[in-house]
Ligand binder design. Structure first.
Ligand SMILES: [Zn+2]
Ligand SMILES: [Zn+2]
Length: 125
């Protein structure tokens, strides 16, 4: 995986961040929780270690979408931004669309495929 720094933020710019390392992973999540939280058919997440993330503005606001999980969003414009869960302590996962250059990263796997919409995934993989 390319060693690239990433910058990003919400639609209105009230929440901005940058990262200082390559991501730990890039994956498509097909779970129902992500679907509801983002409004998308599935979500592509880019995961970084917390120590490699710097907030350039105020941090996101948070919603506890399930036990041990908090999802970050911009309180000004509503953009969903991040996921952090107890299962992945020390990491923050960003929705790929909030990166300034989402094309820099390519998802390498699909997770929670059992929840996937039929048309949203190639089932034969
Ligand atoms: Zn915003
Ligand atoms: Zn999910």
């Amino acid at each position: 995986m390319a060693d690239k720094n990433a910058k990003g933020g919400c639609q209105c710019g009230a929440v901005r961040f940058e990262t200082s390392s390559a991501p730990k992973f890039v994956c498509n999540c097909h779970c129902r929780s992500c679907r509801k939280a983002t409004g998308g058919a599935f979500s592509t997440w880019v995961g970084f270690a917390d120590k490699n993330i710097r907030w350039l503005t105020k941090k996101p606001s948070y919603h506890a979408s399930s036990k041990g999980v908090r999802r970050g969003f911009c309180a000004e414009c509503g953009t969903p931004l991040t996921y952090a869960g107890e299962k992945w302590a020390g990491e923050t996962h960003f929705l790929i669309g909030v990166l300034d250059d989402p094309s820099a990263f390519t998802p390498r796997k699909n997770v929670f495929t059992e929840d996937a919409l039929d048309w949203a995934i190639h089932k034969e993989e």
